[in-house]
Design a protein around this ligand. Structure first.
Ligand code: NDP
Length: 480
């Protein structure tokens, strides 16, 4: 059975404990590889290597760093088939999705920030000819980059690419549930002789090694994507140490369909927003608000489409949904469905684990589930489920839907479907979320500020915002 290794100081190494954790294939429920069960010593070794490498890496030219990151991007493309298969096997997502989204985006993240750093400029403030202020933007040190399991390589590279481009070094901790593509990336780095210590990847259980990484005195930057609860815990450790922190957290995103929307487009997008990646995207539109006039017609069209979604073997290109990431997560999602039923929720379709005969019988599959008749303020409609579960909520008018949409503690993203452009603008302005789409969902431009309001996060990533986060501004004032 393959043993995954840590990547520390340019070398692929075992964890110092020599212990391993089972890595499951969610599609079959079987263990297929072993993940290092790292400890404080491994974190210390990685931070030391990164800190040492920072002395030289931070002084390299932007062009040098850019060229190296471009090389990594090309290598990811060269190894894309291996990465696609690995991402699907680790996470349960359809290979087709990994081929369309995850792996191309991972190489794109490197390309994007490799070029962005060449165009990154800083500010100059002229004091009416009496003095000039200019702002230097300096790399900071070792960035602790912690990423979740839902888009493993995609979100890992979204952090490490800008951190490295800006001249920092990195200690990354991917989710222990989906370590394989990060491991392949570290093998690629070793193959191309990436400078030792610049990127280090330590695998292991978040709750065990996370605190050592985020609380280490030599990791002045912490970039975290994951659940709100974990984000709060990390902020509790890193904030009193005055670290720079970026938190990209959970969401319970509203998808609002007005009666004047382009009906077919809104139905298609509602299905995509609800069930892509088995509903395990922080941006999924898991609360579907439909205006009264079209509620019944929309529900019927939506259910027709959902009933056609195919759930099964992620390797089969005909599948729309694969397995959810773990048995524990499957049980959590199913318990939320049970909870919905208990409080009067009407399961319109789905609602159960899906068993697939043969080798995949123990896989973690859930039927795409649509529920109505739940109050907008019940727990199921307020807390993130992060699975293939969509709730329908009717609304009367703009005011009512804005209040309901804004009622959760989250504020990550929202979608609005209307053909009335003024209404679209009005509602977008009133929604409390970091990202709003009008007449679409998940259309991403890597230059935009990305992040959440309220308990969906702190700070923004994307484009120059990421490069600003990973650098420290220093103002220099010259008296003339
Ligand atoms: P978790 O918060 O459980 O874990 C995220 C990462 O943090 C994992 O690598 C995990 O490791 C690690 N971790 C756990 N405990 C600690 C700790 N004490 N210190 C440091 N690191 C720790 O989230 P999930 O992996 O379950 O991901 C799903 C969540 O991520 C959802 O809430 C989703 O909305 C959110 N998310 C947000 C996005 C955004 O851009 N806003 C994008 C994608 C997801 P391990 O897995 O090994 O325990």
């Amino acid at each position: 059975m393959e043993k995954i290794k840590n990547y520390i100081n340019g070398k692929l190494v075992e964890s110092s404990s020599g212990n391993y954790i089972d890595n499951y294939n969610p599609a079959s429920g079987k263990v297929y590889s072993l993940v290092p069960d790292s400890n404080e010593d491994d974190i210390n070794a990685a931070v030391l290597a990164a800190n040492t490498a920072f002395q030289s890496w931070s002084k390299t030219s932007k062009k040098y760093r850019s060229d190296l990151l471009m090389r990594l991007a090309s290598k990811i493309e060269e190894y894309s088939e291996e990465l696609i298969i690995a991402e699907s096997r680790d996470n349960g997502k359809p290979e087709a999705l990994a081929r369309l989204v995850d792996i191309p985006r991972a190489s794109e993240n490197f390309r994007f920030f490799a070029t962005a750093i060449l165009h990154f400029s800083s500010e100059l403030h002229d004091m009416d000819g009496k003095a000039l202020n200019y702002t230097l933007r300096e790399p900071i040190g070792v960035a602790a980059c912690i990423s979740p399991w839902n888009l493993p390589l995609y979100l890992l590279t979204w952090k490490i690419a800008p951190a490295l481009a800006a001249g920092n070094t990195v200690v990354a901790k991917p989710s222990e549930v989906t370590p394989m593509t990060a491991y392949i990336l570290s093998k690629i780095c070793a193959e191309i002789d990436f400078p030792p210590g610049v990127l280090n990847i330590v695998h292991g259980i978040g709750s065990k090694i996370g605190d050592f990484l985020t609380g280490h005195e030599d990791t002045p930057i912490v970039s975290f994507t994951g659940g709100t609860q974990t984000g709060r815990h990390i902020a509790g450790i890193a904030s009193p140490m005055f670290k720079k922190i970026s938190l990209e957290l959970g969401g319970k995103n509203p998808n609002i369909v007005f009666a004047d929307a382009n009906f077919d487009k809104a139905v298609t997008m509602a299905v995509k927003a609800g069930f892509s990646n088995q509903g395990q995207i922080c941006l999924c539109g898991s609360r579907l608000f439909i205006q009264d006039e079209i509620y019944e017609k929309f529900k019927k069209a939506l259910l027709e489409k959902v009933s056609k979604l195919k759930v099964g073997d992620p390797q089969d290109d005909g599948m729309d949904l694969g397995a959810v990431v773990s048995e524990e997560h499957m049980n959590k999602v199913l318990s939320k469905i049970t909870q919905a039923k208990k409080i009067g929720g009407n399961i319109l379709t789905g609602g159960n684990r899906k068993l697939i005969e043969g080798d995949l019988l123990n896989g973690y599959y859930i039927e795409p589930t649509v529920i109505e008749n739940l109050p907008f303020d019940c727990e199921v409609n307020q807390e993130e489920i992060f699975g293939p579960v969509l709730t329908l909520i009717p609304f009367k008018d703009e005011e009512e839907v804005i209040n309901m949409a804004n009622s959760t503690k989250y504020g990550l993203s929202a979608s609005i479907f209307t053909e009335n452009i003024s209404k679209g603008h009005r509602v977008a302005a009133a929604i409390k979320s970091g990202v709003v789409w009008i007449n679409t969902w998940l259309l991403r431009d890597l230059r935009i500020p990305f992040g959440g309001m309220k308990q969906s996060g702190v700070g923004r990533e994307g484009g120059f915002k990421s490069l600003q986060f990973f650098t420290e501004p220093k103002n220099v004032c010259i008296k003339i």
